[in-house]
Write a protein that binds this ligand. Sequence first.
Ligand code: RB5
Length: 152
Amino acid sequence: MIVSIASDHAGYELRQKVIKHLEEKGFEVLDGGAPNGTDSFSYVDAGIKVAEDVKSGRAERGIAICGTGIGISLVCNKYKGIRCALCSNEFMAKMCRQHNDANILAFGERVVGLGVALGMVDAFFEEEFQGGRHADRVNGIRAVEDRNFKQD
Ligand code: RB5
């Protein structure tokens, strides 16, 4: 699977570790965002990179990291068809796949440690969308997008 990942400067260090973890597991990684952890880089530009990779089909799923995960998840969710889940524990990462069919996982380097982050990453890729009543709700999200988003 091809995975897009990007972060701002505040997510840079954790991003390097997540990339290593993904590559060891055999994922192909499209890396973007801050070139280092010292120079300021907007979470807006990092979110655009991940969201556009997933929306265009260049990547099947995405991982978005900033200091809290809040800013970058807000950006990703401005794209039609993107369901970016801001998570802070493994249970949330598991449920965002099972119930919400999330296609981008967001978290914050200033919020979670490495162990929790990698546990969330693993859950995000291992869990499947359960469909059924959850599909009706995800279709409800699509209907909201259709009513409120001006562009595809
Ligand atoms: C950067 O200082 C910080 O504001 C950003 O990483 C993020 O936490 C915003 O939501």
